[in-house]
Structure formats: C-alpha cells, structure tokens
Design a binder for this molecule. Structure first.
Ligand code: YZS
Length: 259
C-alpha cells in the first residue's frame, strides 16, 4: 500500500506523506516512492514541489525507520543509505522545494525538512534531532546542514539534548521561514508556491545550485575526513549504538555505558 500521494496542479507538485499509522517514517519504501514521484512529476511542468503530511497530522515524520538501521559494524548513514539519498535528491532538484510542516519532525526527517529550500510551519511544528538518543553517529553533511542553518551553538543544543524544539524557538533559530496559524498554513504555502511559478525557472534553478555549492564549500583535508569517519566508526561499532536501537525497539529508555 502506497505511503505517499502525489499531485501536480498549476505547475506545483505536492508529495503528501500518507503513513500515519507508522508516523510517516522515512522507510526505504517511503524513500523509493518519493524518488519515483519526483521523477514522474519532473516529466510534467513542475516549477515548485511541496512536501507535506496529511492535514491535521500530529507527526510530520518520525524520521529514519529504526528497524532499518544497520546493527553495529556498518555506517547507519552511509552515502547510499535511502534517507541520505533522498536528502541529496531534494537538495539538487533544480526547482524550489517547500516543506509544509504540521506536527512533530524527528531525526532524519529534520534533515529532510532542512534539505527543502523553504520551510513553512504552524504552531504544532516541532523539531527533534535524535542521534544521541539512539547512539547514532550523525554524518558530516547532515551536521553541516544544521550548522549552516541554525549556527553552531543551536545545532549543538539540538544534537546534545535530543529534545524537541517547538515552533516559536525553531522559527527564531531559522528552522522555519514562516510560522503561520494552522488554518492559514495551506493557503500561505500555495500562495508562495504560485508566486515562485511565475518567476524564471532557469534563474531560480541556477541560484538554488549556487547556494547549495557555496553552503557546502568547506575544505576538508582527506586526513581530517578520515579522522571524522574514524570517530564515527567508534560510535557505530559501539555497544551503546546496539543498545540504543534495542531500547527503541523494546520501547524502553536506553542505558548507555559509553562503551
Ligand atoms: O509499535 P507499532 O508497530 O505500533 O509502531 C509504532 C512505532 O514503533 C512506530 N514508529 C517507528 N518505527 C520505526 N522507526 C521510527 N523512527 C518510528 N517512530 C514511530 O510507529 C508506531 C506508532 O508509534 P507511537 O510511538 O506509538 O506513536 P506516538 O505515541 O504517537 O508517538 C509518536 C512519536 C513520533 C513521538 C514516537 O513514535 C517516537 O518518538 N518515535 C521515534 C522518533 C525518533 O526518535 N526518530 C528518529 C529516528 N532516527 C533517525 O531518524 C536517525 C537515524 S538519527 O537518530 O540519527 O537522527
């Protein structure tokens, strides 16, 4: 059964998460359907893409499907991980992608929302970065994302506390472009999308790619990159990483030992 629905109207594509039972987790199935839909929508005249959950959702997306996280010894967020793949495809799509946020956003879903170009949320929106809650070593591109958008100290607070940031402070920290009342959320989002469809798609596509390249222009020497990967390996090889996943699946708090 499909976990998303797709629509194209007046040059605006819409992908709606439609797996409320499992809180719109970014499972491989969800990611595959998103990628297929984006490909199909691009065959039409799509100038803007809106990514959203069903109206009234309490959870926009609960993030990576924890059942699909590899057990110790393999990088849980490698280059070819389905979640990491969809983040790259949203970032490199040559049209603006608007995340319309109603409900809570967790873990990798925060990275998906931040991979979009514009975030418009209502007061039920919240953002929670959960690697430390599960014992996951987040990846370099994901961390850079948060640093670029909210600055180093806010990023550290989100990663270290693994506590949800509610809509108002999230908007102040730059995670939301606009915070609107829920009854205006759709209207505000599609009004902005319509305005964008009237502008030059070529100019917009080039400016989006320029900003992506400039924002990720951080020279990292090979030795530094290898050090980072080595550090991440000590985490995903750890007992704590296995404990984090086990505790989640057993619906109990994890007991981390630092080993
Ligand atoms: O037990 P059943 O089968 O009914 O399924 C439950 C949950 O197990 C399932 N579910 C998930 N399954 C796999 N992966 C998930 N991330 C996940 N989240 C939820 O959905 C069914 C309903 O969940 P409930 O907990 O009963 O729903 P509710 O009481 O409404 O609570 C909703 C939230 C979202 C608050 C709760 O489900 C929750 O805290 N989920 C985990 C959110 C989370 O920590 N996500 C981060 C996953 N990690 C990542 O994205 C990255 C790897 S990282 O950690 O690095 O950022």
């Amino acid at each position: 059964m499909a976990v998303i629905t797709t629509q194209l109207q007046d040059d605006i594509g819409t992908i709606t998460f439609n797996n409320p039972e499992h809180r719109n987790i970014l499972s491989k199935q969800m990611v595959d359907e998103i990628m297929q839909s984006v490909g199909a929508l691009q065959k039409g005249r799509m100038r803007v893409l809106v990514i959203r959950a069903l109206k009234g959702s309490k959870v926009w997306s609960a993030g990576h499907d924890v059942h699909e996280l590899p057990l110790p010894g393999r990088d849980p967020l490698s280059y070819n991980d389905p979640l990491v793949t969809v983040l790259r495809s949203v970032q490199s799509l040559p049209i603006p992608v608007i995340a319309m946020i109603e409900g809570s956003v967790w873990g990798g879903a925060c990275d998906l929302a931040l991979s979009c170009d514009i975030l418009i949320g209502c007061h039920s929106a919240s953002f929670c970065m959960t690697p430390a809650k599960i014992g996951v070593p987040y990846n370099v591109s994901g961390i850079l994302h948060f640093m670029n958008i909210m600055g180093v100290n806010f990023a550290k607070e989100m990663f270290f506390t693994a506590e949800p940031l509610s809509a108002e402070p999230a908007a102040k920290a730059g995670l939301l472009n606009h915070l609107v009342d829920v009854e205006n959320l759709e209207g505000f989002t599609y009004d902005m999308a319509t305005k964008i469809t009237r502008n030059s798609p070529l100019s917009i596509g080039v400016i989006k790619e320029q900003i992506r390249l400039l924002a990720s222009a951080h020279p990292l020497s090979p030795i530094t990159f290898e050090r980072v990967q080595g550090l991440r390996r000590t985490v995903y090889d750890s007992k704590d990483y296995a404990e984090g996943i086990k505790a989640f699946l057993e619906k109990r708090p994890p007991s981390f030992t630092g080993e």
